[in-house]
Design a protein around this ligand. Structure first.
Ligand SMILES: [Zn+2]
Length: 341
């Protein structure tokens, strides 16, 4: 199996994050995540680790608004020019618009509040470059399956599924899976299945009104979990996309049997949509013991998820999303992928 990985992710290494309650914590979405996965993949004889190709900005701008991408590109440099009386650690705003406030201000911090929906996607010196490297991994994997490979794995960091057309948040800046899926949709019909523990609100935002891409997400009930405001069962697409988005919110402590039952429902929808390509947003925070998760899905559960997805027999691009139990990440990913290899 071709695995696309770029070292550029290391350029993005925020020094901290703010948890609910105002607690400063080490940034959970850290470079070590990739080191763990990479070293586990290097021990597999089926994994061929490759540098991604550079696809340029066109596939990114086909999904994200140009003004938002421009903000990501220039924000850090602008931030270095802003005079403050305190040490600047990362570009992170403290003011966000409530419902109904729609002006986009000129000030950098105003725009940061406009484009960010939470406090977990700070912009650092190398964030934009890392995000582009991550996109190129997903696009290279997409090109591999469009070219006849049965599967490919994009080892993306930063992750992407919380990033919408014009917003970042949840450790995500550019939506790798959505950009790859949109690129593939010019070749054939695409479905996206998001198995990250958290609702894929960015992917939902991007495809919500599109009639050509089916998007499905299995995740923790947003009534109790991040991202709180999106990912409910009654959000099913709009306009031409009516009926083409489905959320499967699950309760805390969901175990293998409950998870696989929800997965079975998504497989039925996938089969009836009969896509030419499947893109899987693979977050390993569904694993029991993840610091950001509450599910009780075991490694055997992950093995079965991988096996059932592989059994669909579709050309499949698996895109790395979340997963923060670093010690378990490598084996969880090789377990998920083994039936595709
Ligand atoms: Zn997640």
């Amino acid at each position: 199996m071709q695995v696309y990985y770029s070292n550029t992710h290391r350029l993005h290494n925020p020094p901290f994050e703010l948890f609910d309650g105002g607690q400063h914590m080490p940034y959970l979405e850290n470079p070590e995540r990739m080191e763990r996965i990479l070293s586990a993949l290097k021990q597999q004889d089926w994994a061929e680790i490759l540098e991604p190709e550079n696809f340029g900005l066109d596939p990114v701008l086909a999904v994200h608004d140009a003004d938002y991408v421009d903000f990501l590109r220039t924000a850090y440099e602008e931030w270095t020019q802003v005079k403050t009386t305190y040490e600047k650690k990362a570009l992170l705003p403290a003011t966000f618009p409530p419902r109904g406030w729609s002006h986009r201000p000129k000030s950098l911090l105003g725009r940061a509040g406009y484009y960010m929906f939470d406090l977990s996607a700070p912009i650092m010196d190398g964030t934009y470059q890392a995000a582009l490297g991550s996109v190129n991994c997903a696009l290279s994997g997409a090109k591999a399956i469009a070219g006849g490979k049965s599967s490919a794995f994009a080892l993306c960091r930063p992750p992407g599924h919380h990033a919408g057309k014009s917003f970042c948040g949840g450790y995500c800046y550019l939506n790798n899976a959505a950009i790859a899926a949109n690129w593939l949709s010019a070749v054939g019909k695409v479905a996206i299945l998001d198995i990250d523990y958290h609702a894929g609100n960015g992917t939902q935002d991007i495809f919500y009104e599109r009639g050509d891409v089916l998007t499905l997400s299995i995740h923790a009930d947003p009534d109790a979990e991040y991202p709180a405001f999106c990912g409910y069962a009654d959000e099913t697409g709009a306009g031409q996309g009516s009926g083409l988005h489905r959320n499967f919110p699950l309760p805390a402590e969901t175990d293998d049997a409950q998870y696989l039952s929800a997965l079975g429902e998504t497989l039925t929808l996938l089969r009836s949509f009969s896509p030419a390509f499947l893109v899987v947003s693979a977050g390993m925070d569904l694993y029991s013991g993840d610091p950001l998760g509450t599910f009780k899905v075991t490694r055997e559960g992950i093995r079965q998820i991988g096996a059932r997805l592989a059994a669909l027999g579709l050309p499949t691009l698996i895109v790395m999303e979340g997963g923060y139990n670093n010690a378990a990440l490598g084996e969880n990913i090789t377990t998920l992928l083994e039936k595709f290899s």
